[in-house]
Design a protein around this ligand. Sequence first.
Ligand code: HEM
Length: 433
Amino acid sequence: MPGDAVLPPETAREVIDPHAYAQWDDLLDTFDRLRAESPVAKVVAEDGELFDPFWLVTRYDDVMRISKDNTTFLNNPRPVVFSFRKAIEFSRAATGSDILVDSLVVFDAPIHPKYRRLTQDWFMPRNLARMEEEIRGIANATVDRLVAACAAGEIVDFCKLVSAPYPLHVVMQILGVPEEDEPRMLMLTQQMFGGQDADLSGSGMENMTQEQVIQLVAGAVKSFEDYFAGIAADRRAHPTDDVASVIANATVDGKSLPERDMAGYYIIVATAGHDTTSASTAGAMLALAQDPEQWARVKADRSLLPGIVEEAIRWTTPVQHFMRTAAEDVELGGQQVKKGDWLMINYVAANHDPAQFDNPRKFDASRSPNRHLAFGAGAHQCLGLHLARMEMKILFETLLDRIDSIELAGEPRRATSTFVGGLKTLPVRIQAR
Ligand code: HEM
């Protein structure tokens, strides 16, 4: 039997390098090559030490198969996000497990469905409809700030003024976090996820050793845990109809959630809910700024908006990968995956697979069907997908109502991150009414 397909060192370096994810077109070229030549290939650290080997999966059909088969491909015991060996060792020493935060996304059946059911209804469109006016208010206040900042025709950063603060404010509202604590929540999230981008984490991480980075991430997790313990205590004493109260008062098999799991639940909602939606929102704005005719068309015909939102989510693919652990030996893309092997399902590669999407690099709001994998699939499919779509739709309705034209006014820059990625700056000039 032939040996495993192993990526050449320069390609292996690229797919785990956060900076490579800021060079989008080059990265897509690499994924095009891998999909054609080595759709399931082993990524091995050159020194054998830096990280554990894993299988990189780049074809849409394979990513879909893995996502939907939650029995063969598990969300633990190996981390669900690519991590260097030192980070895993740190987690093991600190928590006794390879996983630093016990959140919804790291559980498998039978616990996962029980935990997921606790908030599933809350995140369904019927319940979210209650929040529409509140979200519209947040969108309006955000667009007020944008319009004021652009009053004299200045160039503004759409990310800083709109796409970053808006979803953050929405998710913090549903978690009952007061507005004055939002900057801290944003910083902690960016340290935890985007920690790889020095501008976003504001921590000077470029100059830190790997140990210092690990300490920073662990510090962010601890700060989150302490903060949400306070919120949970408050919601047990004074329940409201927000999701923070649902989590605080939830019981599974007749018992409240263990402290660590409750903290993990808050952390996943707090962190999964904003950087992701920020990235797809900024991407939608980039696509519209690059195509004034599309802006004019959707201004005249709002029925085009859902297509734009959906395509922006595919085109940007904010969550760039998740990892799985094989529960048994399995054949995949001509390779023999062994029980216990670690796999990276790469959503960026899958969502740019020409076998599924014609001309995948093109922003095409008329794609139909647009069965992208940006929200994943299967048991772990994004819990917040209806909220994300609703937030984007409401924001763009508000923008379309109040802004006549929008123009790209500089080079947008992408974050350096292997996990949650997207634009970190988007200079624009707008004409408001
Ligand atoms: C899971 C993407 C917005 C909460 C996920 C997954 C992806 C994803 C890829 C993993 C799916 C899988 O393993 O199959 C996105 C994108 C978003 C977004 C692209 C925005 C455009 C949100 C929002 C929230 C949220 C707004 C909540 C406020 C969650 C949670 C999970 C999750 C709790 C874990 C679900 C589970 O493991 O059962 N998301 N997400 N996400 N997302 Fe999102």
